[in-house]
Design a protein around this ligand. Structure first.
Ligand SMILES: *Cc1c(COP(=O)(O)O)cnc(C)c1O
Length: 360
């Protein structure tokens, strides 16, 4: 044993040795309301059309390294002015990774806390100085005095702002974000993973700030299995990121399937609408429960607080009844006693509420 341990400790960086792999909960046999997936699939007619496009894929050849056709579709979909460029990633997770890989050693990366876990996970892995700045405890908005101070003191190379934020679900104040973009000397990435449910975006601000990047993904929209994210911004910034990107990071099946799905926008309109409608029903029902506080959400999930020191017990009891949600209470601080539920189909949401009621 000591031989292998010696080998490992001499080979790997101390940052890697100190990390733990990101754990994904086993959802087998459970109603899956833990990962912000869209619960709906496609009709058989749509699937037939999709399969037709896959028939023309040449799996013996490498994919188009530029994914030119898909990038055009994405530019059109977002009505991106032509002076900006797009870079694709194997999920937006990969874009976060390759952006951080391009930074000098030991620079600072800043994001609000609680925030999306990958910002910290990937920064830690690369030996960067990750700063999680606590949000305001009452409304989960940006704590601007704390943000200003941290930005001035640490001059972060990159600031990540998820808009809406995960796991709190709220949109940060627009004026606060604009101030951050203005005072930051580094890049500011607005992570719009939940844009389909939010009706708010910084895409039309790209022209005003060269240090602004807007990142999106198709995962929460309804294509989590494809693994496709994209980031939009100044072509000179995208050019640098392209050097770090692996040439064939978006496989042929993903390019073709995403192109098909995003060219048929109506595919998701009804689903998104139904998810937003269910979100308001679930929000109301949660807040009617004794001891539960649900927080307003512009995303496809709801964060809610349970009675003191009961969250894990409630989470396990809900799972026992066949519904998997996310337990965030072990993060402590602003998330103590908090659980997060993804909006599912009406039936799934009723199953969740029934299980929650029985757990209180
Ligand atoms: C889910 C999520 C992502 C990751 O998206 P992928 O494209 O599936 O990698 C990025 N940012 C935030 C805020 C998310 O919640």
């Amino acid at each position: 044993m000591t031989k292998i341990n010696n080998l490992i400790s001499t080979i790997f960086r101390k940052e890697v040795l100190a990390m733990e792999a990101y754990k994904i909960a086993d959802a087998k046999g459970l109603i899956k309301l833990d990962a912000m997936e869209n619960p709906y699939s496609w009709s058989d007619d749509i699937k037939k059309d999709w399969l037709k496009t896959l028939k023309d894929c040449h799996l013996n050849r490498y994919p188009d390294p530029q994914a030119a056709h898909l990038i055009d579709t994405i530019k059109q979909l977002n009505q991106l002015p032509e002076q900006f460029e797009v870079l694709l990633g194997n999920g937006s997770d990969e874009i976060i990774q390759l952006l951080l890989m391009a930074l000098p050693q030991a620079v600072s990366v800043l994001a609000p806390d609680p925030g999306f876990v990958m910002y910290k996970q990937l920064s830690d892995c690369l030996g960067l100085n990750y700063l999680g700045i606590p949000l305001c405890a009452d409304n989960f908005d940006l704590d601007m005095p704390a943000m200003r101070e941290a930005i001035e003191r640490y001059q972060p190379a990159v600031i990540f702002l998820a808009y809406p934020n995960n796991p709190t679900g709220n949109l940060f104040s627009e004026s606060a974000i604009l101030e951050i973009i203005q005072i930051a000397n580094g890049l500011v990435v607005i992570d719009e993973a939940y844009a389909p449910f939010a009706n708010a975006s910084f895409i039309n601000m790209l022209g005003q700030y060269t240090n602004l990047l807007v990142m999106r993904t198709v995962s929460k929209l309804g294509l989590a299995g494809l693994r496709l994210g994209y980031i939009m911004g100044h072509p000179k910034i995208i050019e640098q990121l392209n050097k770090v990107r692996l040439p064939y990071n978006i496989n042929t099946l993903t390019q073709s399937s995403a192109d098909f799905a995003l060219s048929n926008k109506f595919l998701f309109e009804q689903q998104t609408e139904s998810i937003c409608k269910e979100r308001s029903i679930l929000f109301k029902k949660l807040n009617e429960l004794d001891g539960i506080i649900a927080y307003p959400s512009a995303a496809n999930f709801i964060l809610f607080r349970t009675p003191k020191n009961k969250a894990t017990e409630i989470f396990l009891s809900i799972r026992e009844q066949g519904v998997l949600i996310k337990n965030l209470s072990n993060h402590g601080r602003l998330l103590s006693d908090c659980l997060r539920v993804t909006i599912g189909t009406p039936q799934e949401n009723i199953a969740f509420l029934t299980a929650l009621r029985k757990s209180l």
